[in-house]
Design a protein around this ligand. Sequence first.
Ligand SMILES: Cc1cc2nc3c(=O)[nH]c(=O)nc-3n(C[C@H](O)[C@H](O)[C@H](O)COP(=O)(O)O)c2cc1C
Length: 255
Amino acid sequence: MRACEIDRFYSPGQCLRWYAAIPARVSCRRFQGELTTEMLTALNYTAARVCLPGVRIVLAECGESLFVRVPVFGGISGAKRCACIFVKKQQPHAMTLAGISGEAFVLEAQSMNVATCWVSGTYRRKLVPVEPEEDEKLAALIALGTAAPESPGTKRRRKALADICLSPPADWPHWAYQAAEAVRQAPSAVNLQPWRLNYSHEVLRLLCKRPDSLDAGIAMLHAEAAVSPQDRHWEWGEGSCTAHLLVTEKKQAAD
Ligand SMILES: Cc1cc2nc3c(=O)[nH]c(=O)nc-3n(C[C@H](O)[C@H](O)[C@H](O)COP(=O)(O)O)c2cc1C
């Protein structure tokens, strides 16, 4: 098993904030106005702090035409800022690390009441405001700003927990159930929710259709936020398994 970069990278304080931000966060598709200088400073600070090895998040001004209007989603309007997530091309687990770091950024933004939308497909490549370094690729953009008042309060559509768990989560220890529930609430490309979770012998396994993907990383960050108070350990998985999360259950039982 290979050690995973997320292990002990984020502080319990960060994880607590992000866990609290999960239920309220929805994708924003209508932005309005500008972020204050204080908010931009805080977001730049966050961008510098949340990046795992090989990942770089850069905030930039952008024009509305950066985002392509798609009939199903209705496009993104009024966004004046975006975060560009770059990752080193040679970095193992590049897209997963980008997903973890990007979702940490999204949830920190949510905790400051800054609205966000992940965008990995529907943008115009030529209008991306920041160039990657030679050894980097652009993993995704995140549109960010203040939600317009008329922004529809999108109701999150999510699968039932039973549909993403390979055995009944009611039989799992509480930490594993909480982690699975946090994964269930995570955003994903085209809302596909391509995760499966399985628990046995103190280990929660996260399986993903594309094991190295933004969606896989986003799910890992949600699980990390949910279990951070526990004595935990992450390892990369193999095949369709993205990662293993081990929690020492004796300590959990004493809680
Ligand atoms: C990795 C990722 C990529 C995404 N790419 C796009 C995109 O290219 N265009 C878009 O309009 N929305 C995109 N989204 C937003 C999803 O459609 C949205 O998160 C999903 O429908 C769930 O909605 P919610 O975040 O409001 O719960 C993306 C989301 C994720 C997590």
